[in-house]
Design a protein around this ligand. Structure first.
Ligand code: MGD
Ligand code: MGD
Ligand code: SF4
Ligand code: MO
Length: 739
């Protein structure tokens, strides 16, 4: 076995030679470009196609290169997802790689209160391992945890999950997917028996009724919206959202539901559908269970009750029931307006129940469809070793542990027998003194986590905070003891899994700056310095790991053992799971598949379950002191999350307000004497923040909306969680406004 420092020399310049995309096979003669992005004086000599690194739509981008380096990009016309389209972030995807604040060398803060100072990788690795081993020796192995992401390639996620839990003995690790997808994961697992979004994007084009719930598709998934626009069936487009969003304006029906009244609303809708006879009893009898109990449960949710709780009138509810009843192919799509709630899992399942009872699943243009957020959210759901064991397996199941151990050629005893703590429990664990060191990879919790002060205090309490990021200036890096500089999208190889379960390829088309390494190589290095390099000797390249993962997936609903190489993915324009060896034949460039076409679900008896509960009160209702509801979410198609990437593009920066604003309804503005662009303060029980007033009827009276892209927003939010998924309820807290 080579020594760590010997190993280091293989990975780090000057020994490391940059070689561009791995082999010729993944590049081809330059394609047609000319459109915008390639500088006029540069003549590319090759083009390669890869998947965008922002949202879960997973658009294909043609990267045009000269001498092995990306010089521009254009949306891929032949990729089955985007068909030649991209949103502003996609067009600008290469720009953030050039930013001045890229982390180019490891930075170490020797003492709290001191400065972060440049060190070499050897020193960084020695400190990383020594400090963590010291803390584990003193406080137990489980006193060290990690927080990861839905934005690195699946091979890296799996590496982090395996290295931390099997190699370093950690028990607790979670990801920002908790902030985002946990609700859908739990809802699907309980209802269908596996975390299985059933749709393919073609369904957007094949529905005659499209119901979007808590989803602002026009700005959060603009290219999915383009697919809706291509629908030739003149569909009814229904938006259920308290705000008159860009999507609501473009829809044919908008139901401005009272925030967090969705559960009552959907139970009432189910009752009405039943009453009107719009129910597929044959499908229910053949493929579902617990419908009788559900029928009894919903009896109490009369149209009257719905009107009282949701603000949607009896006539409007009736219109929606008629629309769904008349639809031949009705699809239901939900995003964060559902997932981020205090009773989110049951709300998602109330949507699933409506799709099931009307037989709108498994056929073209139908489905109970959770739209994912980040480029590789689905990858993290299946392969990050956080909420489940690699490949959608179960930590607590011995057969699963043995199967995974065998595929990894390791001792099954090294696999923990329980899932670790959820994100919020890790933060709580830090406050309780149980977690002493934290390793944060590709997420920026000091900005994005709920009730920010509590999070930041937790970071201060740690004995050791390591952050692994592309940039040296994020809010979380500001609190770090050690920064490990990472390569970003475009600077490394691997796969992402998009919202329709499509595994797509990401390629190295640019050099990471300075001595920044891919997350993959950082993990290899750590394994060597930690002393478990032997265990990961087969994890020598992303493609090797991909093959290991395909093997682990065998026999699971997400079986991808039919995908033999990156080349196959490249040639086909991505492949949706499942892809067993017998599925491969016949897959063509525009391969489109959906789940449940045979009516069999993943529970042992093959049946889907109707699941439900009584609605409960939100954690922080409004009152006389804090009379407004604060909603939060995406602000524009040009902003990505905490903006570490998108704010680096001058083009994107022109497309949104530079400083934080709050949307206020004109009636409220008038009552409070607020003029457009006034500086106002918004107070919650946790903080007060100064913002610019944007007076607009997009919000209803009594409600405010603030985009999440500005760090101040989460100073206000209230830490409350869905009890099943432990996903934060970002979209409801009580505030007041002062001019
Ligand atoms: N441009 C851009 N695109 C993105 C992202 C980004 O940062 N920028 N992030 C990506 C990620 S990770 C995600 S998760 C997705 C998120 O995508 P979306 O979920 O579509 O975006 P949000 O704006 O968070 O929330 C959607 C809507 O939920 C509504 N809502 C709030 N409360 C309720 C409620 O109680 N009931 C209902 N029915 N609706 C409610 C809000 O008014 C909002 O319009 O976007 C992805 N795409
Ligand atoms: N109030 C409110 N808060 C929210 C939400 C909301 O609707 N309202 N939405 C929530 C949701 S759905 C989400 S998904 C989260 C997102 O929250 P975060 O994950 O915290 O947001 P990002 O800005 O995407 O952070 C990703 C980080 O990874 C870094 N990075 C990017 N690529 C790489 C890479 O390849 N390697 C490494 N090592 N680092 C990389 C980026 O520089 C950035 O610092 O926010 C949540 N927070
Ligand atoms: S829609 Fe999403 S995947 Fe497509 S270009 Fe925009 S950010 Fe990238
Ligand atoms: Mo998300």
């Amino acid at each position: 076995m080579s020594t760590p420092s010997h190993f280091l020399k293989q990975l780090i310049p000057p020994v490391r030679q940059w070689q561009g995309p791995k082999t010729d096979r993944l590049v081809r003669k330059p394609g047609k470009f000319g459109l915008g992005q390639v500088p006029a004086n540069v003549v590319p000599d090759a083009t390669t196609t890869m998947v965008c690194g922002f949202c879960a739509t997973g658009c294909g981008l043609n990267i045009h290169m000269k001498e092995n380096e990306a010089v521009g990009l254009t949306p891929a016309t032949e990729y089955p997802v985007n068909l030649g389209m991209a949103c502003p972030k996609g067009w600008e995807a290469l720009t953030p790689l050039q930013a001045k604040d890229r982390a180019t060398a490891p930075l170490l803060r020797e003492q709290r209160g001191g400065q972060l100072e440049e060190v070499d990788w050897d020193r960084a690795m020695v400190v990383f391992c020594e400090r963590i081993k010291e803390i584990q020796a003193k406080h137990g192995k489980e006193s060290v945890a990690f927080l990861s992401t839905g934005q690195i390639v699946a091979e890296e996620m799996a590496f982090l999950g395996a290295l931390s839990k099997f190699g370093m003995g950690m028990k607790h690790g979670d990801g920002n997917t908790r902030q985002c997808m946990a609700t859908a994961v739990v809802a699907y697992k309980q209802s269908f028996g596996f975390d299985s979004p059933p749709y393919t994007y073609q369904d957007f084009e094949e529905s005659d009724v499209i119901v979007l719930i808590g989803s602002n598709l026009c700005i959060a998934h603009p290219i999915m919206w383009q697919r809706v626009e291509r629908n030739p069936h003149n569909p009814e487009i229904v938006v259920i959202d308290p705000r008159k969003t860009e999507t609501a304006v473009a829809a044919t029906q908008h139901y401005p539901i009272a925030p967090k009244s969705d559960l009552v609303f959907f139970y009432g809708l189910a009752r009405l559908l039943l009453e009107k006879g719009y129910v597929d009893h044959k499908f229910i009898a053949a493929h579902c269970e617990h419908f009788d109990e559900f029928e009894k449960h919903i009896a109490q949710f009369t149209p009257d009750e719905v009107e009282k709780r949701s603000g949607i009138s009896i006539a409007q509810l009736d219109q929606l029931a008629e629309t769904i009843g008349a639809g031949k192919r009705v699809s239901f799509w939900w995003t964060m307006g559902v997932n981020q709630g205090h009773e989110a899992v049951r709300t998602a399942q109330a949507i699933i129940n409506i799709a099931l009872m009307t037989g709108n699943i498994g056929r073209p243009g139908t489905g109970a469809n959770s739209i994912t957020g980040q480029c590789n959210a689905m990858g993290s759901r299946l392969f990050s070793n956080t909420t489940n064991l690699l490949g959608g397996h179960d930590f607590s199941n011995q057969a699963d542990r043995e199967k995974v151990a065998e595929a990894l050629a390791m001792n099954p005893e090294l696999i923990p027998t329980e899932t670790g703590w959820a994100y919020d429990q890790i933060i709580e664990g830090i406050h309780a003194g149980k977690i002493k060191a934290l390793w944060v990879v590709a997420t920026n919790g000091s900005h994005s986590w709920i009730h920010q002060e509590q999070y930041r205090e937790a970071m201060e309490k740690l004995d050791f905070l390591v952050v692994q990021d592309m940039y040296a200036t994020t809010e979380t890096v500001e609190q770090a003891d050690l920064l490990l500089p990472a390569a970003g999208w475009g600077e490394k190889d691997g796969v992402f899994i998009n919202s329709e379960r499509r595994i797509g390829l990401v390629k190295k088309v640019a050099k990471a700056p300075g001595s920044a390494l891919s997350d993959f190589n950082i993990f290899r290095l750590i394994a060597q310095y930690w002393g478990c390099g032997e265990m990961f000797s087969r994890w020598s390249s992303p493609e090797h790991v991909f093959r290991i993962l395909t093997k682990i997936s065998q026999g699971q609903p997400c079986d991808i053992s039919g995908i033999d190489s990156y080349r196959t993915l490249d040639e086909l324009g991505g492949i949706q799971w499942p892809c067993r060896p017998e599925d491969v034949e016949g897959l063509t460039q525009d391969n489109q598949r959906r789940l449940f076409s045979d009516g069999r679900f993943f529970h042992a008896n093959g049946r889907a379950k109707f699941l439900f509960s009584d609605p409960v009160e939100v954690a922080e209702p409004t009152d006389d002191e804090f009379p407004f509801i604060l909603l939060t979410g995406r602000g524009s198609s040009a902003q990505w999350h905490t903006q570490t990437r998108t704010k680096k593009s001058a083009v994107l920066r022109k497309l949104y307000p530079q400083s934080i604003y709050v949307e206020v309804h004109p009636e409220d503005a008038e009552k409070l004497g607020i003029e457009p662009n006034d500086t106002i303060t918004v107070h919650s029980r946790r903080a007060e923040v100064t913002v610019t007033a944007m007076v607009t009827p997009t919000v209803q009276p009594g409600q405010l909306f603030m985009p999440m892209h500005y760090a101040k927003t989460n100073q206000l939010t209230k830490a409350s969680f869905d009890p099943f998924s432990r996903q934060p309820s970002y979209k409801f807290c009580a505030v007041r406004v002062v001019r």
